[in-house]
Design a protein around this ligand. Structure first.
Ligand code: 4NP
Length: 150
């Protein structure tokens, strides 16, 4: 299974989703691969936001090996599952799909724990207090992904 986590900047939410998912994959003895990307290109090549690095570290996860990259059309072919953090990421990704088989790979990540509610992972970039909540939401969503697909 190859999983891609996608947000807007690839510096706050999706790097956390990647780090959390990788830790749970190890804990569950799975052979899945995980990467992350952003639909925007402002932060390409950058480390995750220091507040994401801090909340991950506080929870025993090191995400400082990650560097931001932009989501590309080929990702729809390369990955089996693509998880968007919010509806804007979701539309941007689906609009780049060339087949229905590619669109079917794309899901709102919170639907993995709270199906069909279309809950959004809030963008914490402008909100210093949002990172703990984002971590907790993504941890639940990643548990849901493992339950659903393993
Ligand atoms: P992310 O957060 O999508 O969770 O990485 C953002 C990071 C940067 C910006 C927006 C959202 N930005 O506008 O630069």
């Amino acid at each position: 299974m190859k999983i891609l986590m996608v947000c807007l900047g690839n510096i706050c939410r999706s790097p956390l989703a990647e780090g959390i998912m990788k830790q749970k994959i190890i804990e569950n003895g799975l052979a899945w691969k995980v990467d992350s990307a952003g639909t925007g290109s402002w932060h390409v090549g950058n480390l995750p936001d220091s507040r994401s690095i801090d909340v991950a570290y506080k929870n025993g996860i090191d995400i400082t090996n990650q560097r931001a990259r932009k989501f590309v059309k080929e990702d729809l072919e390369q990955f089996d599952l693509i998880f968007a953090m919010d509806s804007s990421n979701y539309s941007n990704i689906v609009n780049m799909a060339s087949h229905s088989s590619q669109k079917e790979k794309v899901h709102l990540i919170m639907n993995m724990t709270e199906p069909q509610r279309n809950i959004t992972v809030p963008d914490p970039y402008w909100d210093d207090d949002g990172f703990d909540q984002v971590f907790e939401m993504l941890s639940r969503a990643c548990d849901g992904i493992i339950q659903h697909y393993s």
